[in-house]
Design a protein around this ligand. Structure first.
Ligand code: FE
Length: 187
């Protein structure tokens, strides 16, 4: 694509972000799976989704790859309403991946019913799967949880979870992409 055309398209996308304080209007309803397909070339040899190289994209690129809801949550640190996400009451056996880059984040073995209305886990699938950062956006400082591969906002972690960790990873369903045991094994 011509650089000028590419730049123009990027500018239009950015303008839409500014005008809508989100990403709706650019490519509405584009499935998250598409984002993962485009992100995975950065992770040669990791078809299962395990973390390797960082995935770095511009806001304009994420705007085009994620659905408006995913963009609002994962790139603008939004939160879905409690009890509305597709995984808060989901009990399938498998792995939850980052909806933006495919990085494996949580196993269903560490998922539990916290009663909060958001998918909750007591540990990440690997120590390096997620990263954390202080979130001072409210009067009480919380600990933000991010995908360590693409820096997407996933949710928050609290110290009121079950043993053995005592942690509660409170994660937005929209930031997750579940792969069942059979699906995972066939890749
Ligand atoms: Fe990610």
């Amino acid at each position: 694509m011509d650089n000028r055309v590419s730049g123009l398209l990027g500018g239009i996308c950015l303008l839409l972000v500014v005008l809508t304080v989100g990403c709706d209007g650019s490519r509405p309803g584009r499935p998250a799976a598409h984002a993962r397909e485009e992100a995975e070339p950065h992770a040669e040899g990791t078809k299962g989704g395990a973390m390797s190289e960082k995935v770095v994209k511009s806001d304009e690129e994420w705007c085009g790859l994620l659905t408006p809801e995913q963009y609002r949550i994962m790139r603008q640190k939004g939160t879905e309403s409690a009890f509305t996400g597709k995984y808060h009451n989901f009990k399938g056996h498998g792995v939850y991946r980052c909806a933006a880059c495919g990085n494996e984040l949580f196993s269903s073995q560490s998922k539990y019913d916290s009663g909060t209305g958001w998918p909750s886990f007591w540990k990440a699938i690997r120590g390096d799967a997620v990263s954390t950062a202080p979130d001072r956006s409210l009067s009480v400082t919380r600990t933000e949880v991010l995908c360590s591969r693409c820096e997407a906002h996933l949710g928050h972690v609290f110290e009121d979870g079950p043993q053995p960790t005592g942690l509660r990873y409170c994660i937005n369903s929209a930031a997750l992409d579940f792969a069942g045991e059979a699906e995972k094994g066939s890749q």
